[in-house]
Design a protein around this ligand. Structure first.
Ligand SMILES: Cc1cc2nc3c(=O)[nH]c(=O)nc-3n(C[C@H](O)[C@H](O)[C@H](O)COP(=O)(O)O)c2cc1C
Length: 188
């Protein structure tokens, strides 16, 4: 992961805390991480935690300005070698599948160059996961080639239900990101 630039998108689910562990693990392996959180993600964890872990400002708003005159979502989209959305809500998957760009994270994803892979680590209730709309959105995104899904696991979910929807283990997420990031480097 040495020198790899990872955009870590965090959306609004209980598994948002896992983004802290993931960012720490990526950085330990030599990557640079910039985190972008949805407004709903901020209900679950504080941007400050990720700011300290990543040593970068954590943006939540499309109108945040890092450098005066620079368009933030374009700058971050150009910067990233790979994007990982972990956890990925049903909502962000649906928005990206429909080309919706109504907040900072979804707009960055829309502005990424075609060569930049996007990995999703979905986490949601089993009924949400099994919803044919969610599954249709995932199949559609996978068919485009740039978007990759790290399958959630079966087990006891945060809401108390049992079934598929638990975010994948950190080791699986890190391995998938490494494979995708290296595949991009090999193509260059
Ligand atoms: C306590 C709580 C837990 C939630 N967990 C999840 C979740 O794990 N996965 C999911 O897709 N939505 C979950 N939601 C619903 C999302 O927060 C909601 O769909 C929201 O609009 C997502 O916004 P975002 O994708 O912009 O972050 C949860 C909501 C609450 C109140």
């Amino acid at each position: 992961m040495q020198g790899k630039r990872i955009l870590l998108g965090i959306t609004g689910g209980i598994a948002a805390y896992r983004a802290c562990e993931l960012s720490r693990d990526f950085i330990k392996q030599g990557a640079e991480v910039r985190a972008v959180m949805t407004k709903n993600a901020c209900k679950f964890i504080a941007p400050l935690t990720l700011e300290v872990l990543t040593n970068h400002k954590v943006h939540t708003d499309i109108f945040d300005e890092e450098v005066p005159g620079e368009v933030l979502h374009i700058e971050i989209a150009k910067w990233a070698d790979i994007a990982l959305i972990a956890p990925a809500t049903a909502n962000i998957i649906g928005k990206i599948a429909c080309g919706i760009a109504d907040d900072l994270l979804s707009t960055i994803v829309m502005a990424l160059p075609q060569k930049t892979p996007v990995a999703f680590a979905p986490a949601m209730n089993v009924e949400m996961w099994n919803n044919p709309i969610v599954q249709k959105n995932i199949s559609f995104l996978e068919s485009l080639g740039t978007y990759h899904f790290i399958q959630p696991q079966e087990g006891l979910l945060a809401c108390g239900d049992v079934g598929k929807g638990k975010i994948a283990d950190n080791e699986m997420i890190i391995a998938a990101v490494k494979t995708l990031a290296n595949a991009v480097s090999d193509k260059l």
